[in-house]
Design a protein around this ligand. Sequence first.
Ligand SMILES: [Cu+2]
Length: 254
Amino acid sequence: MTRHGHGGRDILFRNLLKDRTAAVTRFTHFRCSLLIVFATLAGCSGDLSTLDPAGPSAASVATLWWIMFTGGTLIFAATSVVLAVAWAKPRLLGANPQRLLILWGGLVLPSIILAALVFSAFALGERLIGASGSPAPLRIEAVAERWMWSFRYLINGAVSEQVLHIPAGEPVEFAVTSEDVIHGFWIPRLGGKIDAVPGHTNMIRLQADRPGRYGGVCAEFCGEGHEIMRFEVVAHPLQEYEAVLDRLAAGEAP
Ligand SMILES: [Cu+2]
């Protein structure tokens, strides 16, 4: 009777322990999921986020990213459904489903989706490098050198290092080149990246819609200092920009 009582208590404790372990595991899973969600969302903001655009080119990049993400998700969902049906209820696909699946899944659908993606990528790509539209009135030379950036303002010959000054709300044309190896000029919140190639000049047009500070990086591995090859972009209100360039030309802090 005593042993039976002990046995009952043991079982009771064991069950309680099991419940508690399950609850702790559930809670840990819940916290892990929350952490993953927050970490993922945190990646969508910050001064280097392409999903937090601050100019028209970056908005085009973000749009293209969402189109491709949606397309990829739809294709994945459709493939998963076909796989699940083939696994669980193969009869639903008919007696000889191969022809139908190859025709629709291998030919028709990919052609439609790839054509739509190529068309939107070309249309948006034109806008990204500023190939269409009138030339921007302001041009800045961006010169990369291991492991720093210098900016030459062609309007008055001013030069700045590691900090790029631009006017807000105005398109700026960048003539990008390098003094040594290939680097990549990239301001994620303002637009796409472009290579800085020695002996060659690449053009890109960017615009910041609002005054503020944005991050810039070298987007091409260029040696051991690549990691620190960052720069800051300051977008000034248009009416203050001329004074900023004058101070830069005079060697003063803008
Ligand atoms: Cu670099």
